[in-house]
Design a protein around this ligand. Sequence first.
Ligand SMILES: *[C@@H]1O[C@H](CO)[C@@H](O)[C@H](O)[C@H]1NC(C)=O
Ligand SMILES: *[C@@H]1O[C@H](CO)[C@@H](O)[C@H](O)[C@H]1NC(C)=O
Ligand SMILES: *[C@@H]1O[C@H](CO)[C@@H](O)[C@H](O)[C@H]1NC(C)=O
Ligand SMILES: *[C@@H]1O[C@H](CO)[C@@H](O)[C@H](O)[C@H]1NC(C)=O
Length: 475
Amino acid sequence: MKIALVLLINFSLLVSAHCSSENEYDMLDRFLKLKRLKRLEMDQVSNKDITDEYSYSPVYVGPQDGLKDADKISELPGQPAGTDFDQYSGYVTIDPDHGKALFYYLTESPINSSTNPLLLWLNGVKQLQIVTGPGCSSMYGAVTELGPFRVNADGKSLSLSNVLFLESPPGVGFSYSNTSSDYVTGDAQTAKDSFTFLVNWLQRFPEYKPRDFYIAGQSYAGHYIPQLSKLIVQNNENGNQTRINLKGVAIGNAYVDGETQNIAKYDYLLAHAIISDEIHKGIFSNCFQEAYRASLCEYYVKQVEVAKSNIYVYDIYAPLCVLGKVSKSSSGFDPCSGNYMSRYLNTPAVQKSLHVKEMEWKSCSDLLDWKDNAWTVLPVIQDLMASGINVWLYSGDTDARIPVTSTRYAIKRLNTSVKTSWYPWMYQGEVGGYAVGYENNLVFVTIRGAGHSVPSYQPGRAYALITSFLKGQLP
Ligand SMILES: *[C@@H]1O[C@H](CO)[C@@H](O)[C@H](O)[C@H]1NC(C)=O
Ligand SMILES: *[C@@H]1O[C@H](CO)[C@@H](O)[C@H](O)[C@H]1NC(C)=O
Ligand SMILES: *[C@@H]1O[C@H](CO)[C@@H](O)[C@H](O)[C@H]1NC(C)=O
Ligand SMILES: *[C@@H]1O[C@H](CO)[C@@H](O)[C@H](O)[C@H]1NC(C)=O
């Protein structure tokens, strides 16, 4: 789409001198390592029913009159004339006593926006900053993945659904709380906050209440999405607050199960010629379960880091963002996109047009102290499947962080049988990836040649995938 292309160019011009080689610290990796050690301690305690933590109770609903109009974006800096869809952004207060508010950005479809479904997008973890847990901004998705101002191969990414980007929990992106203890948070609180946001947001945009509702996201959203969905289902069944028409969830390169993630990661590194047989064997005979030997395990984990060297684990074949060198990945993705985004979102005029308070926007939060995280959300996913929600787990197959093996092993543990066997799905005459349909509303899809952030690397294939997902049909 011409419009999208123009703004993308503006983005680049704005920041072309800023393509620094940020020291990429792999924080999800660090988080998962901490979790592995934690898990060893946690094994001693009894397994409490994790679903208790997400049980529904009525949430705060504030007055929303007039706020929608105030949230309408008249124009984003750099936006070309002729943009033919509406955009809104602003804060939704979820706890007035604490002064706690979540930031959202809504882009409506240029065509059929009044009948198209609503898709909520959630990002999880990204690697651009050092942080101690989850908590990266969904504006990453808006600006570098599936938002309107990035060119999709087919150029019509907005005609399909209205997309709502939510920065969650408070402390992430433009979302904040005036009570700093709210930054001590975790899975359960995040689900509650996001649910409170949705109930209030639908008061502000009541025309979306009857619409079909979908949630998509990636990475640590493998926790956010099932947990939030469970609250929605519980409210729909037993609650007395706004019914949310949740039809399906799609999670990309999803972190859903600690056990299989640990194993799958090393299998992927071995099969993709990144680590040796010896290191792989060393990990498996020293790092897991009864066989755990701390010092040997640590040694082999270090060997993995040495072997990996400076490849970009979120897309193992991608070039790095290096100052003064513009090289794009084979799929055309610019590895410095995150830098452009940070520069843009920290421009005062941009912040003004987005209706946010003036602040330093960071792609990942360094404010959060993440106190609870489920070791596995597979039981929650099983509940969703049983209640008729379509669950799609998709995977970009060049991601080594939450690799395709991780999703495959996790699906095995979901214990459901194959309905449509593994097949190549086609996009523009080429294999777009592979897909399997399972009983009980589960679908697995790979996207060939895509890294962790699938829409960034393979926008055309990602668009085909989301189209199928919203139709409830295999690609
Ligand atoms: C947070 O505090 C500021 C300054 O007092 C105030 O303007 C703002 O409305 C508060 N935020 C919320 C969500 O109440
Ligand atoms: C808009 O909706 C109409 C009526 O449902 C449909 O025929 C048409 O294909 C839709 N257009 C797009 C671009 O989705
Ligand atoms: C909704 O449920 C809560 C708790 O179950 C109750 O306190 C409240 O009065 C109910 N509200 C309405 C409008 O029924
Ligand atoms: C998996 O399915 C089998 C056969 O239906 C059943 O016996 C077993 O308990 C299931 N396991 C889990 C973890 O759900």
